[in-house]
Design a protein around this ligand. Sequence first.
Ligand code: DON
Length: 566
Amino acid sequence: MKHILYTTLLLSLFVSCKKEVKAPETIKKTGLITQNAMVVSARVEASKIGNDILKKGGNAFDAMAATELALAVAYPYAGNLGGGGFMVYRKANGETGAIDYREKAPMAATKNMYLDEDGNVIPEKSTLGAMAVGVPGTVAGVFEVHKKLGSLPIEDILNPVIALAKKGVLVTEKQEKRIAHYQPLFKKANKDSILFDKAWKANDTIKHPNLAETLERILEHGKDGFYKGETAKTLANFVQENGGIITEEDLASYEAQWRTPISFSYDDLKIISMSPPSSGGVCLAQIMKMIEPFHIDEFGHNSEKTIQVITEAERRAYADRSFYLGDPDFVEIPIETLINEAYLGGRMDNFSFEKATSSKDVAHGNIAIIESDETTHYSIVDQFGNAISATTTLNGAYGSKLYCSELGFFLNNEMDDFSSKPGEPNMFGLIGAEANSIVPQKRMLSSMTPTIVEKNGELFMSVGTPGGATIITSVLQTILNVHEFNMTMQEAVNAPRFHHQWLPDEINMEPNSFDKTIIQNLEKLGYSINEKDSPVIGKVDGILVLDDKTLEGGADYRGDDTAVGF
Ligand code: DON
């Protein structure tokens, strides 16, 4: 069962991209290069709006607010008002920080809400329709970032987004396929027909008048224009009429949280990534620290030995993820130990190049605790030297598929990121334990890994990706591609990726992208290779600061991603 769910998800995540699996010869090896500033996101419209804000004199935080909201209009597959996300930042003066605008379980949520009377997980209850929806965090996140770090008036940020919603957005070929693919589920999740039921074709324009009105209320009343008053009433009623449990009180009490990011060193790099309730930063630190003692630059990119070392480190990190990680406001997480070199060195003690470790033999590490499937990423560097890395999601493609026509947006199915039942996999095949069980107002564990990298104390890279469980390993490989294998930002994004997440015990590889002899050799060593289920892994966007201080964008050819800058 878990395998079927995982397979379905990976296949469906990137359904539009199946034909373009390999980076075609025509894909550029160097991304856009600019002198001052850049935005890279999943849609050209959103990158342009963010870039215009920068050109107007706004900073990376103003541009974050504009890009995040523009993605809600231009990329409803994952961009959202009805979801949540995380942002990591590094200011020009070197100060770093992070914000968590992750969804929360509604107050009426219960631990076993997705189980039947026999204790079995009820299919689709946590993924499709109103019961799957967590309390959205995006609007709170945007306003909190703008309040603390922004510099332009909020009108300057919202007006272009509202204009885009009114004018409409061109359908791309990839989007045409995605919409058609998900239409049966839109029909299943919604009582009435929705905007996306129409047979939209590439080059049609989709206008969003109701979303524009919602954004206008947000412009007028700020965060309260979403979490209180007319929008909140309409949203809570809509969810409840569809059988869900979100109330106006849930919305009114939502707050984004500032968090301390996870920071660690790798060679001469300092990596700054997202802390819990995302597992991204902790897992990335664990994997990189387990890899650091090996000379993978000498082993070679995607060589047998490099794949082995990365796979074995991933296997061990994901085993820890499953057991220890959850919402830090509810569970105690031994972060310091989990990313400690001595602990991680010990985790790799039983690794040998002669034979694959079996996931059956890898449990979470022993640490004494003293009492006590769619997403999108964007990176921004501004002309002042500030950088942000933000990943935002509805979880599955178009979230729960439940679309509130009156307000003009899809609602997330983020509740599936909780562990509905210990040991039972979620839609990404991820297994969870008590640390990630459902509790009212708790945040569900995430894999989102918005990351900033410093080199010799200076800004080096902003990077991230969608891809559920594969997010962490895609970010990892992109950083390694640049640092260990001297790739450009664009080459690092283009390069074929692989993924291991402890369970299921297999290496997912982008099909027809890896050397056949290497695959056979890995199989002889006991690795199970799956090239079928992940047409693509991740959709990475990043910005690299080059030696001459110009910026290179890496926009993933696997989507419609675009870098815009000046
Ligand atoms: O927070 C998480 O880890 C997931 N909800 C992310 C979902 C995702 O990346 C789907 N996109 N491919």
